[in-house]
Design a protein around this ligand. Structure first.
Ligand SMILES: Cc1ncc(COP(=O)(O)O)c(C=O)c1O
Length: 482
């Protein structure tokens, strides 16, 4: 039991004090994580202390086997669920979750297509050798140059997000004398987040077309000979635990899908990503197999009601593929007990990274968990808040966690489930260099993205370059302007 009886009053209601603050909740950690007899956490057979010695901290660790097995599992789940209704399923890995050349290779080798949403993500996927025909291209504001490049390299499908984009893309395709498959992103009015979903007629957000506006957009696409309309696309949110939101969205989408079939074939229905993962010991997401069955059933039911054939399905999971494979290792720098109103004391544990390597808590109040990685401890658990080293009081890594009360400077701390949207959302706030990414496989660790150095950061500062002060642009003459 924790020594401080007041702590319960400041701990979040969902967080129970563990019997053993060294134990690993299996759903949160990669399958290759375990505490060895000496108490040190190992990842893929490699002790955290050795990773620290070799690569330093902060360090993003990515378990390749975990990524590959989640990719295979997800593809199998959606294929099997679609096959029950005589349809096929394609799974695009949503590159925004974590994109690097190695990760593109892993997921494509496991049979996934890839979705990208900027010219930069497209460049990474192509450089890694992804087949352009198995790439999907998203985004609410793709530039003309980005669309031009996508058409030039032969991207499989472009997900159209606005009327302006239809005309831009048509002009590019016509000039190049080619054709392009497109989907239309639709906003079904269903927004889902974890257990709950909200369904409205009009969602006040930037992506896609409303169900009301979509038919006119599709009619316009169909007038343009260079654009081939293949189906609707919808993404209802992130970190979704159940099928209810997808079912509601599918009902709305299939109605529109059936209506649009009257004007031509629609072979595909893309239902996006958003499948949830466990970030803390109390998170209990629905297994992907069950989600896949529920979603495919919902679409099939709606098609049956309307007497139309089941379309082929497409999905775009990101975090479900890479989230659990990632662990961030930090070194504890300082600890500080802070007295709170009501008599409780919260222990602040500061680590050598923070919101620059994990923006999710600051961006959306995301919850994470943590364990001491360099040793096991018999000390009583105490409630801690793990914070970073940045100049923001919102620079929180783990808002609330029970850790051994003897946690001290020099301990290594591991934060699991950081494979998705940590590396990809990283920044250089406070001129902190971004950490390396190390991949683990077969008892070996290798750098797949090198860490930044202070020199990398200084190299961008034109005030330090030899050309500093050279005039590169002069204001135009002002004579004649009233
Ligand atoms: C269009 C689209 N597809 C797929 C995803 C991936 O979502 P997740 O990583 O939650 O599966 C996102 C995430 O923002 C998205 O916007």
């Amino acid at each position: 039991m924790s020594a401080d009886p007041h702590l319960r009053t400041v701990a979040p209601a969902w967080l129970d004090e563990p019997d053993d603050a060294n134990a690993l909740a299996p759903a949160v950690w990669p399958a290759g994580a375990a505490r060895a007899e000496d108490g040190v956490l190992q990842f893929g057979g490699i002790p955290a202390t050795l990773l620290h010695e070799r690569f330093g901290t902060p360090l993003w660790v990515l378990d390749e086997d975990e990524v590959r097995s989640q990719a295979r599992r997800t593809l199998d789940a959606f294929r099997a669920a679609a096959a029950l209704h005589g349809a096929q399923a394609r799974v695009y890995y949503a590159g925004k979750a974590f994109l690097s050349a190695e990760v593109v290779r892993w997921v494509t080798e496991e049979g996934l297509a890839v979705d990208v949403c900027s010219g930069g993500e497209l460049a990474v996927a192509l450089a890694a050798g992804a087949d352009p025909a198995r790439l999907g291209f998203h985004g609410n504001n793709k530039s003309v140059a980005e669309l031009e490049r996508a058409v030039e390299v032969g991207v499989g499908s472009i997900v159209i997000d606005s009327l302006i984009e239809i005309e831009r893309l048509a002009a590019i395709v016509e000039r190049r004398g080619t054709s392009q498959s497109v989907l239309l992103r639709v906003n079904s009015g269903v927004h889902a987040e974890t257990h709950d979903f909200l369904a409205t007629a009009h969602e006040d957000q930037k992506f896609g077309f409303t169900l009301t506006d979509a038919p006119a957009a599709v009619a316009r696409i169909r007038e343009l000979s260079g654009l081939e309309f293949v189906g609707l696309h919808c993404h209802i949110g992130s970190q979704i635990f159940g099928t209810a939101g997808f079912e509601e969205s599918a009902a709305r989408l299939v109605e529109l899908h059936a209506q649009l079939r009257e004007g031509g074939e629609l072979p595909v229905l893309n239902l996006g990503g958003g499948f949830g993962i466990a970030y803390t010991s109390v998170d209990d997401p629905t297994p992907i197999e069950q989600l896949a069955l529920g979603i495919a059933d919902a679409v099939a039911r709606q098609c049956e009601v309307r007497g139309i054939p089941m379309p082929n399905l497409a999905f775009e999971p990101g975090r479900a593929i890479v989230g659990r494979a990632g662990v961030t290792l930090y070194e504890v720098g300082t600890t500080k007990p802070v007295a709170l109103d009501g008599g409780a004391t919260r222990l602040y544990v500061s680590v050598d990274g923070g919101m620059s390597d994990n923006a999710r808590p600051a961006l959306y109040g995301a919850e994470f968990s943590a364990r001491i990685a360099s040793r096991a401890s018999d000390a009583d658990p105490t409630l801690v808040r793990v914070v970073g080293k940045h100049c923001e009081s919102g620079d929180v890594v783990v808002d609330a966690e029970y850790l051994p009360s003897d946690i001290a400077p020099g301990d290594l701390l591991a934060v699991p489930a950081t494979g998705a949207y940590c590396f990809s959302l990283a920044s250089n706030y406070n001129y902190v260099p971004r950490p390396p990414v190390v991949a683990l496989r077969g008892g070996e660790a290798r750098v797949i993205v090198r860490g930044e150095t202070i020199d990398d950061l200084l190299a961008r500062d034109a005030g330090l370059s030899p050309a500093h002060g050279e005039r590169v642009l002069a204001a135009p003459p002002t004579e004649g302007i009233a």
